[in-house]
Design a protein around this ligand. Structure first.
Ligand code: DGL
Length: 268
């Protein structure tokens, strides 16, 4: 039984993906106040240059923390965390929790010794990701594939749009067509958008695999770093957007479905 803590957590992503992390935090600790933030004005992160993201992330994080006044800031985005976790920590005076690909648990889980990693192109090329593989999956073959299409398909699917199953099959096919791909038994969903389409991905793999993500681990870490004895009266349920909410009908709708009802534009 987890002990009870109070306080406010701000969960941040480029778009809808971080909602999959917010849901894990709420499941683990229903007493916390949780707000959600999406950098909708800069979405998607997966195809942005490192320099652009490094400039953007500390700036948007500082503005969001100022607006939402959280006790913990969760970067619910692999693409951002694997690049600029230190830069964000440097501008905030509260704990910052990052999201990194679940390579360590996947390496422990695989029986065939081959894992797949599905992420954005940004996360796939990061030195941080290479280091995780070197540290935790040295004896395992890791096949990486980056796709921004899948991020867009996740948003489309989450907001009720129809995406043909063949598109999911095609988007993850490069994992299985790579050398050794027929041996993959575990796939790391290394983008927080992808748990939104876990069912579609599972329905279109050429053979049975286990999908794993970092959501639960991030929730546990968030709870761990949250200070004790914070005021009990904080309220959550807000969603902060970095672009005009009237241009973000789908994001607003999906956020509401996850319980974030009160929409705010982040002022410049
Ligand atoms: N949800 C983000 C991640 O975990 C990235 C999506 C995007 O490309 O903006 O990497």
């Amino acid at each position: 039984m987890t002990k009870i803590k109070h306080g406010k957590v701000l969960v941040f992503d480029s778009g809808m993906g971080g909602l999959t992390v917010a849901r894990e935090i709420q499941a683990l600790a229903p007493d916390l106040a949780v707000d959600y933030a999406a950098d909708s004005g800069f979405f998607p992160y997966g195809d942005k240059s490192d320099a652009d993201l490094r400039a953007r992330l500390p700036e948007i994080a500082a503005r969001l923390a100022e607006a939402a006044q959280p006790d913990v800031f969760v970067i619910a985005c692999n693409t951002a965390s694997t690049l600029a976790l230190d830069e964000v920590r440097a501008v905030l005076d509260i704990p910052v929790v990052g999201t990194v690909p679940a390579i360590k648990p996947a390496a422990a889980l695989t029986r065939t010794g081959t894992i797949g990693l599905l992420a954005t192109p940004g996360t796939v090329r990061r030195a941080y990701t290479a280091k995780l593989i070197e540290d935790f999956a040295q004896d395992v073959r890791v096949i990486l594939h980056g796709s921004v299409d899948l991020v867009r398909m996740a948003e489309e699917t989450a907001s009720g749009g129809a995406v043909a199953l063949d598109a999911f099959r095609a988007a993850q096919a490069p994992l299985f067509e790579a050398d050794g791909g027929d041996e993959i038994d575990t796939i790391v969903l290394a983008c927080t958008h992808f748990p939104l389409i876990r069912g579609e991905l599972a329905a279109t793999v050429p053979h049975a695999v286990t999908f794993i993500d970092s959501g639960e681990a991030i929730a546990r870490q968030t709870f761990r770093v949250l200070p004790e004895n914070l005021p009990t009266e904080r309220t959550g349920g807000k969603v902060w957007l970095s672009s005009d909410p009237s241009d973000q009908a789908r994001l607003v709708e999906v956020s509401r479905r996850f319980g974030f009802m009160d929409v705010h534009a982040l002022s410049a």
